[in-house]
Design a protein around this ligand. Sequence first.
Ligand code: BG6
Length: 478
Amino acid sequence: MILNTRVTDQFPDNFLWGGATAANQYEGGWNLDGRGMSIDDVITGGSVDKERKITLPKPLPSVYYPNHEATDFYHHYKEDIKLFAEMGFKIYRFSISWSRIFPNGDEKEPNKKGLEFYDRVIDELRKYNIEPLVTISHYENPLNLSLKYGGWKNRKLIDFYTNYAETLFNYFKGRVHYWLTFNEINMLTDAWGAVFGGGMLEKKDNTPQNRYQALHNQLVASAKVVKLAHQIDSENKMGCMLAYHCGYPYTCKPEDIMLAEKYDQIHNLIAGDVHVRGRYPGFALRYFAENNIEIQMDDSDLETLTEGTVDFVSLSYYSSTCVGSEEDKAKDKGNGTTGLMNPYLKASEWGWTIDPMGLRWVLNKLYDRYQIPIMVVENGLGAIDKVSDDGEIHDQYRIDYVDQHVKAMRQALKDGVNLIGYTYWGCTDVVSASTGEFKKRYGFIFVNKFDDGSGDFSRKEKDSFYWYKNLIAHNGNI
Ligand code: BG6
């Protein structure tokens, strides 16, 4: 007998093609139907050169806050979902706005009108046989949880989050089967993540100690709700979500290899290891010890972590970076996300390198390590789109980007990775998370809305819309 080496780069028949968005960047309707304020409601727009500002404790009257209306899914959900169906989506990833369900985050009873909005969204998806994939917390917390409790460094949030998630599991039982507990949870290892993921809005709170404490609290919260979700409905499939910044060694110096490995462990893998294996890896313990980080825990936390491991891993992948010594850093311009510029790669208009091979590398890395199904739930190109004289949006650059990443996924399938889905990020134009711009567009669907607040929210298919539709029609095998 000979070992069967028949391998295929074809996507499986049940592959979940779709798109992804998040409530705070897409929904709008910030003060409708009993919704409470969320952290994004006090964050201004910005740009590459101008940081977003946080105005506490509430929005200022004369200032424009792009997330208040965003691209108005709240009033366009039927139209948008119809367009998703036309593209052939099998799955749609969206997040629920916590403050729409619990306006202050710490109430016992939910806001019915908030639940009813998502009822309508899910009904609409089901009408077209599109599977909902719900992110329970995507870079937004009720503002009150930051003002009153200081955000996720406070472990009281574990109970509020558990109550929120339990409400969702019971209310949407049998209608939602795929859930992600926290978007890009590992971004808490960075200063940026403290605000958006951690709800720690004061500069003085943005310390490694608080960030890793917040990460621990979220990991415990995640494990608790994974267990609950399985108890409430055994059909529930629970995933974690990691922001994967693939970090190559800047040179082949052994020191750079080790720096890149440490970057990967501490930045990318620390949370995944706890989510999937149910315990902290040794490198995390060493990192905490050497950086004077003291994680406060309850006696039951370690057991909770082992009891609430996830069913699948999901990730966002946009670009890669290089990791090198301080000496190398001094010579380098950086790549707009993190780390050093890779001279072999081109970058987007926002400086994010374009590296499809990195996606294959990451998928291999994650599957080798965890051996459970993987979903790419974010990937895409943020670019300045122009409406041409013929009235169309010719975004060939976006088609090229997605095409190359789909080809990289095919290589990963051939490598043996159990990849089950792909949801392109920002399938409709949304507000950028990092810069708060409308100008940084990802969508296959253009939304007529601009950074000065003008625009009528009308929708228009870009060239990429038709390309993606054809890709799905051929199950990715084009
Ligand atoms: C991911 C986030 O980090 O990247 C999304 O989960 C975000 O919320 C996306 O929008 C792209 O980033 P940006 O800053 O270009 O919107």
